[in-house]
Design a protein around this ligand. Structure first.
Ligand code: C5P
Length: 211
């Protein structure tokens, strides 16, 4: 069963908690990124933890190994269950994120290719494939691959085998959940859910079409 991960990119704590609570019966995890944490502070993690769902820190960590270690220690100490990190920084820096995640019993996912149009400028031409290879080499738990380009997911799957693929870009960015859900382990959905008139109804709808 493909997971449904809510990307909670709203800026108000009360709204974030209300949306998360109403969607909780239909989702498998919540992804929290800079917008929500910068607007509300890291304490939002404790507020969301009450729902009992895994919390994924989408900080796209991309620094030198020591700084990556400090960031990831803070992420897991705050109560997150997983972190998303960039792979283009190289194996030592990416491996640090994986090691910190695993030392906390958590998971680390490496961005292999982003979902927006401009991502093709640098990720195409073999780079995404090399990052996927790196994700395998550093023992990451999986990769992030674009729902906006299902053919790229298929290609990256050839490299990472059974490792997890989480895929953002469904809905607002144009990705088709029906086409993507059967290719990945989880679809990441933000605006289509949290900006809907009835977020819970949209989450419920997406939870039914995922494979
Ligand atoms: O609102 P929408 O469904 O487009 O949100 C997608 C979420 O996934 C955003 O938080 C975005 O930052 C994130 N993301 C992405 N593409 C990636 C990695 C993360 O869209 N490759």
């Amino acid at each position: 069963m493909t997971e449904l991960i809510l990307s909670l990119d709203v800026l108000d704590k009360t709204e974030a908690c209300a949306i998360a609570k109403s969607c909780a019966p239909y989702i498998d995890a919540i992804k929290v990124g800079y917008p929500l944490v910068l607007a509300t502070g890291l304490s939002i993690v404790r507020d969301l933890a009450d729902l009992g769902l895994p919390l994924i820190a989408d900080f796209k960590v991309a620094d030198i190994p020591n700084t990556n270690r400090l960031i990831c220690e803070a992420v897991f100490s705050a109560g997150f269950d997983a972190v998303i990190a960039h792979g283009f920084v190289g194996p030592d820096a990416a491996r640090t994120c994986v090691e910190v995640a695993h030392s906390h019993g958590g998971a680390a996912y490496i961005v292999a290719e982003m979902s927006h149009p401009g991502a093709t400028e640098f990720f195409h031409g073999g780079v995404a494939e090399r990052i996927a290879e790196l994700a395998v080499a550093v023992r990451a738990d999986g990769i992030i691959a674009p729902a906006t380009r299902p053919e790229r997911i298929v290609r990256l799957r050839e490299i990472i085998g059974k490792k997890t693929i989480y895929s953002p870009g469904v809905g607002a960015q144009g990705g088709d959940p029906d086409a993507v859900a059967r290719l990945v382990d989880g679809i990441i959905v933000g605006r289509s859910i949290y900006a809907a008139e009835d977020p819970a109804a949209e989450a419920e709808r997406l939870s039914r079409i995922r494979r």
